[in-house]
Design a protein. Sequence first.
Length: 226
Amino acid sequence: MRTELDFSSILPYVDVLLAGLWLTIQLTLASTALGILLGIAGAAGRTCRYRWVNKLTGAYVEAIRNTPFLIQLFFIYFGVSSVGVRLSATEAALLALTINLGAYATEIIRAGIEAIHKGQVEAAQSLGLSPFQTFRHVIILPALEKVYPALTSQCIIVMLGSAVVSQISVEELTFAANFIQSRSFRGFEVYLVITLAYLALSISMRQIFKIAGRYAFPNHRLRRDG
């Protein structure tokens, strides 16, 4: 049986595709920024000297890393609304993506913090820096530098996982694909286009992170080039 590709039936829905692509980009940018900030806070909690903070942060990390993202999404969108907290589908998706990335980023950044030589921390303490000042000026930037490749890879994984939010009718790229397929009945062509779109997003994110890393960690670039 011979099948001919026909992309002409998708052309009337280009605006739908672009709108879905733009929403995916927005969700990715926002969840990446918020998720990394949450990861930094979580890593600080995981390395905190107060046991209750460490235990509480650890419970959050274990709960997120050991449950499916789809269940987390449903819990935030359907479960939280049952106790009176109303979130739109897009707000619930952003919150779920942020919390999910934050948990994984916590462990990644914690590994970077634990790789910092204790002598640097002791030197900061001898200069009279507070724990917060030590964390901000001495620990966090070198820690992020050490785990930057792993952290950026996790951000890309979260972007790809954002396809799941179509399950609560967030009109992102996968939702747009499902909508177009249901109207055009050209599933192969539609999902081929979407696959290429996600591939382009992944490659673009990797390049953007690479460029950002050169500016954020210039010393790393000098060491590598040297």
